[in-house]
Design a protein around this ligand. Structure first.
Ligand code: CP
Ligand code: NVA
Length: 310
């Protein structure tokens, strides 16, 4: 039987929080970001420890959580499959029971969402999804925050998703459902979104388009991701062929609303899912998006560990 630490708040998928919790988090992220830019010390997590478990590669997720935790006065423990017993088949439930007795918070990047859920079920402390095959909620948290910074509320707006029906696409759909906007999705045949896997109830939060140009028409934000996500490398050759027409270029950006933003969670492959002209062009906010990972995650860690401030 699972121990079921039911009172603990985890962040395993975007729909784990309600719209008003997001409003609070975005407000806190803006305050925390402003303090950081002004070199104001803010260390509410002194003596708190974050364990970060990576079963897949990372640059942004590791640096943003690690730097963010140190800036808030805490410390981090970094584990990978290769240098821990996780890689030698210690059950995830046992790992969760042990690790969560020694730290205050756990972030995990892994393959199946089910593994993350099992860890959370046996954890005594909050668990954060740092990317699974199915979802990437911390990234969409940063993306929506970035949209708000540049354009104001995302409610009622249209986001065009061009490319794979992957973890990022699923999470955009959950965000659309929770925050009240619409996603125009265009994926190649065979790489469609599965609404059940995406975990959405209301299918009116998205609309599918065969042609990526049509998905971009009238969009407030155009976004894409790599053709081959981590864990799917064996499919790379087939994907290179299937995705050839799903490259965000200047024509797609011109079909979107004037002043539409371009986002990409990164890492990017210029010339594949996006042209250099678009990602390095004036509508692209990818560097703000990457930086904002740290600010929103600091707000998230503060919320999970300390609750609402003030
Ligand atoms: N966007 C993102 O999660 O980047 P990393 O894979 O570098 O962490
Ligand atoms: N969809 C990509 C996102 C990388 C941050 C992947 O899962 O590899």
């Amino acid at each position: 039987m699972k121990p079921g630490h039911t009172l603990i708040k985890h962040y395993l998928q975007f729909k784990d929080f309600r719209a008003e919790e997001y409003a609070y988090l975005f407000e806190r992220a803006a305050i925390i970001k402003r303090r950081f830019k002004n070199y104001e010390k803010y260390t509410p997590l002194s003596d708190r420890t974050l364990a970060m478990i990576f079963e897949k590669a990372s640059t942004r997720t590791r640096v943003s959580f690690e730097a963010g935790m140190y800036q808030m006065g805490g410390s981090v423990v970094h584990l990978t499959t290769g240098d821990s017993q996780l890689g030698r088949a210690e059950p995830v439930e046992d790992s969760a029971r042990v690790i969560s007795r020694m730290v205050d918070l756990v972030m995990i990047r892994t393959y199946e969402q089910a593994k993350l859920e099992s860890f959370a079920a046996y954890s005594r402390v909050p668990v954060i999804n740092g990317l699974t095959n199915e979802f990437h909620p911390c990234q969409i948290l940063a993306d929506v925050f970035t949209y708000i910074e540049h354009r104001g509320s995302i409610q009622g707006k249209t986001v065009a998703w061009v490319g794979d029906g992957n973890n990022m696409a699923n999470t955009w759909l959950q965000a659309a459902e929770v925050l009240g906007f619409k996603v125009h999705v265009s994926t190649p045949n065979g790489y469609e979104i599965d609404p059940q896997l995406a975990g959405i109830q209301d299918r009116s939060c998205y609309q599918t388009f065969r042609d990526p140009m049509d998905a971009c028409r009238g969009a407030d934000l155009v976004t894409t991701d790599v053709w081959t996500s981590m864990g799917f490398e064996a499919e790379n050759e087939a994907r290179q062929k299937a995705f050839a027409d799903w490259c965000v270029d200047a024509d797609m950006m011109a079909a979107a609303k004037p002043g539409a933003l371009f986002m990409h969670c990164l890492p990017a492959h210029r010339g594949e899912e996006v042209t250099a002209e678009v990602i390095d062009g004036p509508q692209s906010v990818v560097w703000d998006e990457a930086e904002n990972r740290m600010h929103v995650q600091k707000a998230l860690m503060e919320y999970l560990l300390l609750g609402r401030i003030g």
